[in-house]
Design a protein around this ligand. Structure first.
Ligand code: KDG
Ligand code: MG
Length: 402
């Protein structure tokens, strides 16, 4: 079953998405997400210029061989652009394999390990009263887990607190907007938020928080210990992901669980964290970590060390990525949680899909393959619009992590 064509589609139904569509000689098609927020065109060019020309004539059934060919063969390994491009090819080939077999992809991965995929939503608001309303909203929708972010008193704007509650979108301008950051204000404020949330919602709702790489290890340790009374499921990305040994220090000071990995691209980025059990959840995702083939390798490695999955599922990961992530989530033994920031109706219309949400769970498609497609005609109505993620500065103007 030879590949005859591969097309890269860039579309902006509210936000930018890059999608690869592969077509075989029998007319079977497969889709893969290739979206890298704020750097979309770099992946589109990598695919168009360096990958698509290699695909025509290849056997679509050889997923592993194609992965190794694109990874080892290029000599230049890893990195977000390369691994996103490889992920798109890999995901599309799994989609094709499922369609040819007449099975949803999770059946090819070993079948179900659970009945549904537990998801968490994003409650965010400027202040504590606002965020309590948002948590109530998600709880009313049946969510069992909610990520809680608020503005910080004294700071004009903070990452993670968006204008639109359900469809929060951080990449909001062609030239990055700028936020101002103060770690001391933040560390004083966050425990007061979680105290109120626990008082209002009791002990059962699972609560999460994203620190977005903005702390040093000892600051993160302090945050973790100050949040222990509120029993968080995790603190996410407490320190910059490059600083792997920093996680050792956090571990020595707090029992609040830690999640990391949304910017990871390969097993090599998280090997030490997993093997030393420095984290509890790995949040790498299909689109940025080399596709279903490589993400399963990461999760298998994590399973050996009692580390669970917690996959990234923000709005900049398209429904194609979500459809693929759910196939893994339902099948792996060490599933933890899946992030679920809903897409807008415009995005859903461009990417028709049959995964569905019900009572706190997402359910993968039962259709052969991934159960998602791109409507190329609709996509063409939404041309690319430059948009970048914001930049964060300290109060004195120094550029800081975000
Ligand atoms: O593109 C970056 C976003 O996906 C990211 O900022 C969202 O931190 C995020 C999360 O946890 O979803
Ligand atoms: Mg995050």
């Amino acid at each position: 079953m030879r590949i005859t064509e591969a097309r890269v589609v860039v579309t902006c139904p509210g936000r930018n998405f890059v999608t690869l569509k592969i077509v075989t000689e029998d007319g079977v098609t497969g889709v893969g997400d290739a979206t890298l927020n704020g750097r979309e065109l770099a992946v589109a060019a990598y695919l168009d210029d360096h990958v698509v020309p290699l695909l025509a004539g290849r056997d679509a059934s050889r997923i592993e061989d194609t992965w190794q060919y694109l990874y080892r063969g290029a000599y230049w390994r890893r990195g977000p652009v390369t691994m996103t491009a490889i992920a798109a090819v890999d995901t599309a080939l799994w989609d094709i394999k499922g369609k040819v077999a007449g099975l949803p992809v999770y059946q090819l991965l070993g079948g179900r390990s659970r009945e549904g995929v537990t998801v968490y939503g994003h409650a965010n608001a400027e202040d504590v009263d606002g965020v309590l309303d948002e948590v109530a909203h998600y709880s009313g929708l049946g969510y069992r887990a909610v990520r809680v972010q608020t503005g910080v008193p004294g700071l004009a704007s903070t990452y993670g607190v968006g204008g639109d509650r359900m469809f929060y979108e951080p990449a909001d301008a062609a030239v990055p907007t700028e936020n101002v950051w103060s770690t001391s204000r933040y560390l004083q404020h966050v425990p007061t938020v979680f105290r109120r949330v626990r008082e209002e919602f009791g002990p059962r709702l699972r609560l999460l928080h994203d620190a977005h790489h903005r702390l040093t290890p000892i600051e993160a340790a302090r945050l973790g210990s100050s949040l222990e009374p509120y029993d968080l499921t995790w603190i996410e990305d407490p320190v910059p992901a490059e600083l792997q040994s920093g996680y050792r220090l956090i571990r020595q000071h707090t029992t609040t669980p830690v999640a990391v990995g949304e910017v990871f691209n390969s097993v090599w980025d998280c090997k030490q964290l997993i093997e030393e059990q420095l984290v509890d959840y790995i949040r790498a995702t299909v689109v940025h970590a080399g596709g279903i083939t490589h993400l399963r390798r990461i999760f298998d490695h994590a399973a050996l060390h009692d580390v669970r999955s917690g996959s990234h599922g923000a709005t900049d990961l398209s429904p194609v990525c979500m459809a693929a992530a759910l196939q893994l989530d339902i099948s792996i033994p060490n599933f933890g949680l899946q992030e679920y920031m809903r897409h807008t109706p415009e995005t859903d219309a461009v990417f028709p899909h049959t995964y569905r949400y019900e009572g706190g769970y997402l359910h993968p498609s039962q259709e052969p393959g991934l159960g998602v497609d791109i409507d190329e005609e609709r996509a063409a109505a939404f041309p690319y619009r430059p948009a970048q993620l914001p930049v964060n500065r300290l109060e004195d103007g120094t550029v800081h992590h975000w």
